[in-house]
Design a binder for this molecule. Sequence first.
Ligand code: BGC
Length: 860
Amino acid sequence: MKHWIFVFACAFPVAAQLAPSDLRVEYLRDPLGVDVARPRFSFVPEDSERGAKQSAFQIVVSSGGATVWDSGKQSSDDTAQVEYAGKALESNRSYDWRVRWWDQADHPSPWAQAHFDTGLSASDWKAHWIRGANELRKEFSLDSKPVRARAFVAGIGYYELRINGRKVGDRVLDSPYTVYSKRILYSTYDVTGMLNAGPNAVSVMLGEGWFRSRAAIVQIEVEMAGGGRVTIASDATWKSAAGPILSDSIYNGETYDARKETPGWDRAGFNDAGWEPASLDDAPTGVLSSEMMPPIRVTGSIMPVKITSPKPGMWVFDFGQNFSGWVRLKVRGPAGDRVKLRHAEVLYDDGNLNVENLRGARATDVYILKGSGEELYEPRFTYHGFRYVELSGFPGTPEQDTLLARVVHSDVQPIGGFSASKTILNQIQHNILWGIESNLESIPTDCNQRDERMGWMADAHLYSETAMLNFDMAAFYNNFLRDIRDSQSDDGSVPDTVPRARFARGPADPAWGSAFPLIAWYMYERYGDRRALEENFDGIRRWTDFLTTRAHDGTVDFFKYGDWVPITRTPGPLVSTFYYYVSADITARAAEVLEKKDQAGQYRELAGQIKAAFQARFFDKENGTYGNGSQTSDILALAAGVAPRGSPTLDRLTDNIVYEHDTHLSTGIIGTKYLLPLLTRTGNAELAYELAVETSYPSWGYMVEHGATTLWELWQEKTGDSMNSHNHPMFGSIGAWFYEALAGINFDAKQPGYRRIRIQPQVVGDLKWASGTLETIRGTVSSSWSRSGDALRMEVTIPVASTAEVWIPESRLEGVTVTESGKTVWKNGQPAEGASARERGDWIVVEIGSGSYLFERSGT
Ligand code: BGC
C-alpha cells in the first residue's frame, strides 16, 4: 500500500501553483451593495514553491452569464486594488467574478471565483423615510416565491429589520454613525430565502441611536421567475405602534416591557387595525450611500467568571474582561417584575459597582417580565463598556447562566498574531486587542463606557497602525476617511471628533485634525491604497493650508490638548508645529505618489520651512534639547528629523528616560506613539524594550499588574468621578512596535502594501523568542525567532506577491555563520558562493522571494 502511495505521488506530482485565494472587492469578501463605479479587486496568488512570482493575471466579471469585463491576460504583478474597467455596473445586480494568475514560467493557475452585488443607485430609491412609534409594519403578497430579493434599509438612529417573524441578517446597531446631514449608510440584505409565495410581512423596530430620533427607509426589490419585479417601499401605508421598548439610549441603556409585546406583529395575518399610520418623515439632507465596511455584530459571548452578592437581593457578575456589548438575561418569574442590569468597569472595595467614571451615562437596562415561563432578553439599541454587571430585582436566585455577556463591535477580521516569551508583552497585546475591538463601533471611538464614545481624531490615528496590524481595517478606515471629508469645513479645518460631537467646537487641535493626512497615508503604506490618496488629497491639502493660516513664521501656536495626559507636560505650540510638519510632509508625499509635480514641490518646500522654523524656535542650544526639555519635546524633534546631525538631543532624551525618570517614560499620548520606534531606529532597541516590559508606574505593564484587561486612559490608576476610562485604546500605539520591532515585520513605503517586506527583528533584553504573523493584502507574512546562547533561529514566510530582505542580527559575532535550510549563506565575514547576502552595519541582509525559509545563525 505504501508503495502505491509513493508511485502515485511520483506519477502525479501535486501542482505547486494554486488558484488565487482571499478574493475581495473593495476589501470585502462577497460584498452586497457595492456602490462605487470602478470597484477594485484583490486576490492572493498561492504557490507552495519558493520564489514563485506572478507574471500576469486575468479577471473576468459577468452578470447573468454575460461577460461585462474581461481584463484579458494582463502582464503585471499587481494583485491588489485592480480597478474594474468594464461596462457601467447596473444598480441592484449580482455579479460573478473570477481571477487566475500566471507564474514566471507562464503557467496559468486554476480560476477562483467570487461574487458581488451592487447597491441601489440614487435614482432607484422609491421608498420614503417614515417614522411613527418604535415599531413599523407592512404586509404584501407575492404571486410566487422570488428568485432574487434584496432589501435596502437605513435607519436614523438604529433599526432592526424583520421579515415574516425573523430578524434579517446579523447586523446590530445599524445604521452606522455618520455625518447624517451629509450621508446616511444603507445596508443591503439578501432576503430571497425569507420571502414566501402569498402573504408576507416586513417590519422594523426603531431605536434612537446617535441621531436621537427614529426613522427608517426600506426598499425591497423582488425578482420573480418569469422576470416580473415587485418593489416594496416604505411609505405612509405602513402602520406603527409603540411596542415593548419603553426607552432606549446608547449611554443610558434600554427599558423593555415584555408585557407590551404583541405576538405575531411581525408576521402576515396580524390584525393591525388598532395601529396608527406611519408618517412620512422629511427626507434627511444626507445622501444614501452603501455601508461598505464590516458591520457591527455580536462577535462572541462570555460567561461570568464570578458572582458575588454584596447586598441582599443584589448580585454582581464579573465577566473577567472589559469589553463592549451587553448581557443576555435568562429569567422566570411573575409578570411585572422589573429586573435591573447596571454596568460598570470597576468595583469599590466592598464589591459594589463603581460607576463614577461613567459620568452621565446611566448604563442601565431594565427588563419587565411578561410572566410566561423562561424569558430571554437582550437589549437592541444600546451598548455598554463594562466588565461587571449588577443584577437586582431578579425573581429568585440567579445561576451561572442567568447572564451571558455578548461582545459587540464592528466585525473587523482579525488578521494578525503576536506573541513572545515575555508574559507581560502578551498581556499588553491582549489588552490592546480588546481595547481596539471595544472601540470600533462603526467609527473608531475614544472609549466605550462613559457619556462620550466619540471619534476623537488623535485617539484614532494613534492606534490606527496597531489596528491595521491586528485587524483588517481597510474598509473601516476608508469609511472613516469619508466621514472626515464629510466633516471638513470650508476653511479646510476638520473637527476634533468625527462626526462632530455637540461639544467639539471650532477647528481641531492640529494633533487631532492630522488624523486626516495620517490615516490616509497609513492606508497607502499598509494596503498600497492609492485611491485613498486620490480621494483625500484635496482635503488633506486644504487641511495643511488651514494650518498655514494659523502659522506665524512657520510655527503654529494654536492648540487645545497637545501631548494629552502626560506625566510631564510639553509646550502645545511644539506639538502643533510637529503636526503642521507631518501634514505638509504627507501632502508632499501624496502629491509625489499622485504625480502632482507642482504641489509636490510646493509642499516639500513648505515642510522644509516648517522644519527650519521648528529648529529656530524650539531648540535650546544650551541644553541640546527642545521646548521645555520634556521627553515628548525631544521625541517629536527627532521623529520629524529636525535635529541636525551630531546633535546631542538623542543622548539627552535617553538620559532623561534612564536617569531623570529611572528608565520610565513621562510622555502623553503623542510622545508615546513615536518613542519606541524612534529608540529602535536610533540603535536604542534595548532601552525601548525595557520601557515596553516595565511594570512599575508609569508603564503599560503597570496597568496590567493592576488588573487592567484593556488599556487605561491615564497612566495613573484612578477610579473616581473624573476622566479615567479603563478602556481607552490610544496608548495602544505600542502594538505596532511589537510586530515591527520584536517580530520584525516591516514594510517598505516605496513599494507599499507589503509588496516589499523587510524582516528585521530586534533580539533584545531577556527575550527568548518572538513571533508575528500578518495577513497582508498580498498574502500572509510571518516571522518568528528564537535563540539559545549565540544560536539564533529565524523562520520567515513571504507571500507570492512580495519580495523581502531578511536582516539577521550580529554580523560581527565571533565566527558567525548563517545557514538557510542547512545551506550556508554567510561565513568568514562574507556571503557564501551564490548567496545574495550582504553586510549592513551589524546585520547580515539576505534577499529572498516568496516561500518559507529557515535561517540559523551560530557563532563559535
Ligand atoms: C477623550 C480623549 C480625547 C480628549 C481630547 C477626552 O475626553 O476621551 O481621548 O482625545 O478628550 O482631549
